[in-house]
Design a protein around this ligand. Structure first.
Ligand SMILES: NC(=O)c1ccc[n+]([C@@H]2O[C@H](COP(=O)([O-])OP(=O)(O)OC[C@H]3O[C@@H](n4cnc5c(N)ncnc54)[C@H](OP(=O)(O)O)[C@@H]3O)[C@@H](O)[C@H]2O)c1
Length: 324
């Protein structure tokens, strides 16, 4: 098969479409013929050499894909999946390839009404958003959630999901075009972080009950200021650095909590539990049309370097697909 290899840590030019050995479905795995993959920020960090794949994961990048089941590995014969089934999957690597072996607990059906290639835009954002907003963050109907980076792949999904749960959604983004798109998706409070103080705005709006944060260090103090009493932060990335100076007195006075997670490093059983939760609680919302995949563009997989350049420029809104 062909896959995108990271030939050395570096810029997008180190991504090379290469002929490589086919993967084999091991115990508890299913082999998938890939139709499309999608780009995640983590792939950029992996390419740069700062986010190596976890032990046992494929050396090729790619945290999600869609395609069809090509073979059932040992122990998956009674899993309910059959050769030829259209699927999408959460991966710990290997999605930038023509074939990938997937632990059976990380497979999802393609939701009704979603195209096969388009379905590659869903697994990583659905699993990350559902696990962080619901499992970790305890988001409830009527609460206000602040989503940083509302125009991101994660953000565009989180806006729709939180709205479908009945939450009020606030977002930050760096351009008026992205904020307009966030409003179309259901955000009610939109803040351009380049020109407005989001903590001040959130205070005027009564405070956030939950913040889905991608900035980490640089936003911690402002996030604590933005929260209402009993507010929570779920931190999923540290794009603003890993160190912070913050007034922790606010945490005591407002009874705040800060959580942090990564999906990729979770053990197989936890990933399977999250995927099962997504199937039960998120897929029906996709099938009803309350949540749609937001695809900025599709790029041929062999040109993954071009897709990485777009992601690093943050010119995109939503997901970038890699198609075969
Ligand atoms: N922990 C986990 O399990 C997990 C899983 C998936 C993703 N993530 C993380 O979630 C983040 C989003 O992922 P993605 O794949 O959706 O990436 P993405 O589409 O590239 O999104 C990154 C976004 O951040 C925005 N941004 C940059 N500086 C900002 C600032 N100061 N304030 C607010 N927004 C800012 C960018 O747009 P503008 O600046 O133009 O607004 C861009 O939309 C990434 O950091 C990724 O690593 C974590």
């Amino acid at each position: 098969m062909h896959a995108i290899r990271i030939t050395a840590p570096g810029g997008p030019e180190v991504l090379a479409w290469s002929e490589v050995p086919d993967p084999v479905a091991g115990e508890g795995e299913v082999l998938v013929d890939v139709a499309a993959g999608a780009v995640n920020r983590a792939d950029v960090a992996q390419r740069q050499g700062t986010y190596p794949p976890p032990p046992g994961a494929s050396e090729y990048p790619g945290l999600e894909c869609s395609g069809t089941v090509a073979a059932l590995g040992p122990g998956t014969e009674d899993s309910g999946w059959s050769v030829g089934d259209p699927v999408c999957a959460l991966l710990s690597g290997g999605g930038y390839a023509e074939k990938v072996a997937v632990p059976v607990g990380q497979l999802l059906p393609v939701p009704e009404g979603v195209g096969l290639a388009e379905a590659a835009a869903l697994p990583e954002v659905a699993a990350t958003v559902w696990s962080n907003l619901v499992m970790v963050g305890g988001l409830r109907e009527g609460e206000t959630v602040l989503v940083h980076g509302g125009g991101s792949g994660i953000g565009t999904f989180a806006i729709q999901f939180a709205r479908a749960l009945g939450a009020r959604v606030a977002v930050t983004a760096g351009s008026e075009e992205k904020l307009a798109r966030c409003r179309e998706l259901g955000a009610e409070i939109t803040v351009n972080y380049r020109t407005e103080d989001f903590a001040e705005r959130m205070r005027e709006e009564g405070g956030a009950d939950l913040i889905l944060d991608i900035m980490g260090g640089s936003y911690l103090d402002a996030n604590l200021r933005s929260l209402a009493t009993n507010g929570r932060i779920t931190m999923i990335a540290l794009m603003g650095g890993r160190r912070a100076e913050a007034d922790l007195g606010r945490m005591l006075a407002k009874r705040l909590s800060v959580h942090a997670t990564t999906l990729r490093s979770r053990p197989l059983d936890e990933k399977a539990a999250i995927v099962a939760g997504v199937l039960e609680q998120v897929w029906p919302l996709v099938e009803q049309g309350a949540i749609r995949p937001v695809v900025d563009r599709s790029v041929p997989m062999r040109n993954a370097a071009e897709a990485h350049r777009v992601m690093e420029s943050s010119a995109h809104t939503g997901k970038i697909l890699l198609t075969l």
